[in-house]
Design a protein around this ligand. Structure first.
Ligand code: 26W
Length: 832
């Protein structure tokens, strides 16, 4: 990418220069000042939380300085800014990440040590902002990191949920959801901006009128009015002057409405209205890959999209620009369809509020927007009932109808006399009850549509959006996902980071391809020994976490076989469970068997309403209870369900894994990103040809990956030929035994009913082909066992996995978006 010359820092930055110096002395005095002036505490009276808040404020001061320099650089230049619209940002803990980005980790530790304060204890106080469900939200956070590090001007726009993803507790083997009160001790990273707020309408009706120039226009008269207030978090780029911005909207009651009710004497009514308004940003929907069509969720989507677009237009006009050049200054990325109402809202703002003619507004909209699809699962494709849409967003529905009318006219011209095609492509699903199809809206309204891994993008073009790809093939592209090496290697795995830096220097942190340099070292016995030391130390750390959280003690020398991700049938945690039962049976029937010790670790949250997923959690815990207590097993096999898988916990898991389970049914996992984090940290993958696994296997080499299972085409063929899971069950002795035990209550204290729904589903339907892939999976697991026995060979494979996964850095992904979709370039920023 072309890089511009840096903009000099503003002279008035000298005023704060001393304040944000990075010397131990400046950090110490900044810390004490923050403790005193923002917490009103002397060090000897401060609680750990107050000390943490003061430390965070001290780090934030340094971020703010860069942020101001970034804002200055942007206003000096004619630049295009990326607006990443996402209903979820799963940031994870901020403190250490920011210290690493700023390069002041050592200084901070020293400054605190000088005051007799233990840094690690403070860092452990941090509540992570869990404002996302899983892959999609975490991807957004990785992209913010890379955007800032690549010095690309960017704002992430989303919702400031008061309650993020629930905390998971396990009681009697079942998941229990606990509210995530992440804000209760204060959030030192955000800056509330009461001055940046927008009104968002909901409901009501529309009305045509003739404006002063004699043009027919439409006026929307909403019957509800909510205010969105900006809350900003600075996103530090790694060792650069650029600081990105995450702007999240908090819903508040629009005051005028409160007062109206109040003046009428209806005090409680006024308060009610306030509560209803504030509900919009109250809680994150905990569904991953299930769209339920709930009104509040559509309100959330419209709320944050409207605030964000109004904010962009405000900034645009503030620069003295005209609304019809909006697209030249903003590249707006839709993270899945959750913000897809942006197509209609941007049109409404341009036409109704800024009086642009339809055609011009459409050009602007289309040139500004781009859409990323993250799932092919039919149940996850968002569709809103037309009556609900009409009630909540009447003006937007009119605009969608008009977009649809014009679009379908074009389709009819290109494909005459093909009404079946027109019905398939319509923005409105008219089979029975009518729905607005959000993926169609996002596709039609955008200039680019991408999938998140090569296979997934191909399936998008071939299946879900095939008519659209036929109409406009050039609109479709692939950008394979990536993950940030700062958080998931440098911060999460400091020992490995140290070893890598010793070997190739520290350039890999910004340019992960440099890890190629360790490939040659795979043949070096001393390096392999050091590699194993690093892995073992991470496994010891995780073993300690497991012991303290579950009471189970595990052997760090055993193979750590890990599956962490949301619990879903398509991800097939129950296939993993069947393997565990199979291993257990082998030990029981042949107690003297030579057995490579394994620790099977599973973690992940289930959507609260997803009964089968919750039963799978209970299943893992039930198997763990039996296996871990059986004296015959004697530590050769341990099973652990690690509760509350979140970003904080994830950072301890990836470095400690030997084997990474990526075992979804082919065609179901759009990409996966955990798969990349594991491989980067030197875990070998056992996986199907699904999502980015395909590309990971190509990158690391087919010999360094345990492949199994049906391909997408074979899955299709099996289904259309008639799949009979019972026949598979009858034809495989080990499978037959495992399922029979489950059905008989062998893992549920004799309760034959407990896992009945799971067993029946597998035997009668098996929608995700667990049984069909069982034998191939067991064989691949056996191959992994044999490979693990050969320590030197395994270490070589592990090194090659890390060495060859540089292309899965989110920096590579962001460069591709920047060049192929956004047309944006870096704007270097000089820090005063
Ligand atoms: C409306 C309900 C709902 C909620 C979340 C529908 C769909 C979603 C997301 C699209 C689910 C999701 O997180 N998808 C994941 O996105 C990751 C980042 O691209 C991919 O790596 C995962 O494969 C994909 O499942």
């Amino acid at each position: 990418m072309t890089r511009r010359t840096p903009v000099a820092a503003r002279p008035d930055h000298a005023l704060i220069e001393g304040h944000t110096d990075n010397t131990v002395a400046a950090i110490r005095s900044g810390f004490l000042a923050n403790l005193l002036f923002t917490q009103a505490r002397l060090p000897e009276h401060a609680t750990p939380n107050e000390l943490y808040l003061a430390l965070a404020a001290t780090v934030r001061d340094r971020l703010v300085q860069r942020w101001m320099s970034t804002v200055h650089a942007l206003t000096e230049r004619d630049v295009r800014v990326v607006s990443y619209l996402s209903a979820e940002f799963l940031l994870g803990p901020q403190l250490i990440n920011n210290l690493v980005a700023l390069g002041i980790e050592t200084e901070v530790r020293e400054a605190l040590a000088g005051l007799g304060i233990d840094f690690a204890e403070l860092a452990a106080r941090e509540e992570e902002p869990g404002l996302g469900n899983g892959g999609l939200g975490r991807l957004a956070a990785c992209y913010l990191d890379s955007l800032a590090t690549l010095e690309i001007p960017a704002v992430g726009y989303g919702i400031r949920y008061e309650f993020g993803i629930f905390d998971q507790e396990i009681r009697d083997g079942w998941q229990v959801e606990v509210t995530d009160k992440w804000l209760q001790h204060g959030n030192p990273w955000e800056i509330a901006r009461p001055g940046i707020a927008f009104h968002v309408g909901l409901g009501g009706r529309t009305e045509p009128f003739e404006d002063v120039d004699g043009h027919w226009r439409v006026r929307w008269i909403p019957d509800r009015d909510v205010r969105g207030v900006a809350h900003d978090t600075a996103i530090a780029g790694y060792r650069v002057g650029t600081c990105g911005l995450l702007r999240l909207w908090k819903a508040e009651a629009a005051e005028s409405f409160d007062f109206q009710a109040f003046n009428l004497g209806d005090y409680l009514g006024a308060v009610d209205q306030k509560v209803v308004s504030e509900n919009i940003s109250k809680v994150l929907y905990p569904n991953d890959a299930l769209s339920q069509g709930r009104q509040l969720r559509l309100e959330q989507q419209h709320f944050f999209v409207s605030c964000s677009l109004q904010d962009m237009l405000r900034l645009h006009l503030l620069q003295g620009r005209s609304p019809d050049t909006f697209h030249r200054h903003f590249a707006v990325q839709l993270n899945d369809t959750h913000p897809a109402v942006a197509v209609a809202e941007l049109m409404r703002l341009l036409i109704d509020e800024h009086a642009l003619p339809w055609e011009r507004a459409w050009e602007v909209c289309h040139a500004a927007l781009a859409y990323t699809n993250h799932t092919l699962l039919p149940e996850a494709l968002e569709r809103w009932p037309v009556p609900l849409f009409a009630r909540l967003l009447p003006r937007h529905l009119e605009i969608i109808y008009e977009i649809n009318r014009r679009f379908l006219d074009e389709v009819r011209v290109r494909f005459p006399a093909d009404e079946a095609r027109v019905a398939r492509m319509s923005l409105i699903d008219e089979h029975g009850e009518r729905f607005v199809r959000m993926a169609h809206l996002a596709t039609v309204g955008s200039h680019a549509v991408n999938g998140v891994a090569a296979l997934h993008s191909e399936l998008l073009r071939r299946e879900v959006l095939c008519d659209f790809a036929e109409l406009e093939p050039d609109k479709f592209t692939n950008v394979t996902n990536g993950v940030t090496p700062r958080r998931f290697l440098r911060v999460a795995n400091p020992r490995l980071a140290g070893l890598l830096t010793e070997a190739v220097g520290d350039g890999w942190v910004r340019d992960l391809e440099q890890l190629r340099g360790i490939e040659a070292r795979a043949g070096d016995e001393g390096f392999r020994a050091a590699w194993r030391e690093v892995k073992l130390a991470a496994k010891r750390d995780l073993a300690e976490v497991i012991r303290s959280r579950t009471g189970v003690s595990v052997d760090p020398a055993s193979m750590f076989d890990v599956q962490v991700k949301r619990i879903h049938e398509y991800k097939r945690q129950h296939l993993n469970a069947l393997h565990v039962i199979t291993l257990y049976n082998r030990i029981r029937y042949n107690p003297a068997v030579e057995f490579v010790p394994r620790t099977v670790i599973v973690g992940g949250k289930a959507a609260p309403g997803y009964r089968m997923a919750k039963l799978i959690i209970k299943l893992i815990n039930s198997i763990a209870e039996v296996v871990n207590a059986d004296p015959l097993v004697r530590g050769r096999l341990k099973v652990v369900f690690l509760p509350d898988f979140n970003v904080t916990n994830a950072q301890g898991v990836y470095p400690a894994a030997d084997l990474s389970e990526q075992i979804s049914t082919a065609g179901k996992e759009a990409s996966g990103t955990g798969n990349m984090k594991f491989a980067m940290n030197g875990a070998l993958t056992i996986g199907t040809l699904d999502g980015a696994n395909v590309e990971i296997r190509d990158a690391v080499g087919v010999d360094n990956f345990f492949l199994f299972g049906l391909t997408v085409d074979q899955v299709g063929a099996l289904r259309s030929g008639g799949y009979h899971p019972r026949a598979v069950f009858g034809g495989d002795a080990e499978l037959h035994e495992a399922i029979t035990q489950l059905a008989a209550g062998a893992f549920s204290r004799g309760d034959a009913g407990l896992f009945r729904p799971l067993v029946d589903n597998l035997l009668d339907h098996d929608p995700f082909l667990v049984l069909a892939d069982y034998r191939a999976y067991i064989d691949a697991q056996d191959a992994a066992t044999r490979a693990f026995l050969d320590t030197e060979r395994w270490t070589r494979m592990s090194i090659l996995n890390t060495a060859r996964t540089g292309c899965f850095s989110s920096d590579r992904a962001i460069r591709e978006y920047a060049e192929r979709i956004w047309g944006v370039v870096p704007v270097p920023v000089e820090v005063a």
